[in-house]
Design a protein around this ligand. Structure first.
Ligand SMILES: N[C@@H](CCC[C@H](N)C(=O)O)C(=O)O
Length: 336
């Protein structure tokens, strides 16, 4: 028997698999098949999830482990901010240490344990980096050869301005009013730019943000490879940077920015040095279920209720209490 975990950051849900505990690690096609099976609410368990987080041994001298991110549709993402917090917690508890680096596809990223957000709501800070703007980094096409910062793109949604930031997974961001936030544009644009399209051949995570006040945002994201999520950590980080670049009087570097989302709230902190940007993303790292399963079921992508034994932790109740105590900033419902 091996143990899978169901985890979330701001209700962005994942299954977490530590491949170092397996007799034989899953091959890439097996990981894709497992992600597609277990995250699907119809074929998986526990209402599915937004992705599969895979923990491997790192070959990098200064990293405690490696995280890979497989989206619900089986595509692999270069980064996942909410997921990295939960992997940071997992590795911190496994190795009895609170500050270390984790290898991701593009960079070894600094993580650290923070004060709990509330009783039984552990929190971690993760580095979001590298930050890129060039069209080739996404890639995007037919939008000019320069970075896209606060530009109208009528072909996307007329009347809105867009900013594209890769951290390093790709994000497209627009600041909108409450009516647009609650309307259909985000879902339509997200679906369009993640199907066959003339602008983002590899797809893009699309976020709409409402400015609530100085250093305060509400962000909602349509994720590449997933669809609507309760929260996207890299999306909220990229949107915080877009906020400072497009509204410098309202968003400050080296200050805490509070970012509400349909699944709760995170904090971000923007940094800039020698033409390099990076962002700290701070938020919950919640473990909701411990799932015992035979290793063969993982290899066969066949994790079902009848071949698992599931323990539910008390952390979701604590997280829900934390969310209930937050100021009410949106009527957008949490996706179950
Ligand atoms: N939910 C994540 C982002 C996951 C990857 C994304 N879907 C992509 O394909 O880039 C986060 O919290 O950052």
């Amino acid at each position: 028997m091996v143990q899978l975990r169901k985890v979330h950051g701001s209700e962005n849900h994942f299954f977490l698999l530590d491949q170092t505990t397996l007799e034989s690690p899953l091959t890439d096609p097996e990981l894709v098949a497992l992600a597609q099976q277990i995250t699907n609410p119809e074929t998986g368990i526990l209402d599915g999830a937004d992705g599969l987080l895979v923990v491997n041994t790192s070959t990098h001298e200064n990293a405690l482990g490696q995280m890979r991110v497989i989206n619900a549709d089986g595509s692999e993402a270069s980064m996942c901010g909410n997921g990295l917090r939960t992997v940071a917690r997992y590795l911190a508890e496994k190795n009895h240490t609170n500050q270390f680096k984790i290898e991701t596809m593009t960079a070894d990223l600094q993580v650290s344990r923070q004060s709990d957000l509330a009783a039984q709501v552990p929190a971690f800070s993760v580095e979001i980096s590298p930050v890129r703007f060039q069209p080739a980094d996404f890639p995007f096409t037919n939008l000019g050869s320069e970075p896209l910062i606060d530009q109208p793109v009528p072909a996307f949604v007329s009347g809105l301005n867009f900013t594209a930031i890769a951290v390093p997974n790709p994000h497209l961001i627009s600041f909108v009013d409450e009516d647009v936030m609650n309307g259909d544009d985000l879902g339509e644009l997200g679906a369009r730019l993640n199907g066959k399209n003339d602008y983002f051949p590899d797809g893009v995570n699309v976020s709409f943000a409402q400015i609530l006040g100085k250093n305060q945002l509400f962000v909602r994201t349509y994720e590449r490879g997933v669809g609507f999520t309760n929260a996207c950590g890299t999306g909220m980080s990229a949107t915080s940077l877009a906020f400072a670049l497009t509204h410098p009087k309202l968003a400050e570097f080296e200050h805490t920015i509070t970012v509400y989302n349909p699944g709760g709230m995170v904090k971000t902190r923007l940094h800039k040095a020698e033409n390099r940007y990076w962002i700290d993303l701070i938020g919950n790292a919640t473990e909701t279920h411990l799932i015992d399963v035979d290793e063969s079921a993982l290899h066969q992508a066949n994790v079902m209720l009848d071949n698992t034994s599931i323990e539910t932790t008390t952390e979701e109740m604590a997280y829900q209490k934390f969310v209930a105590d937050l100021p009410k900033v949106s009527a957008i419902a949490v996706k179950k």
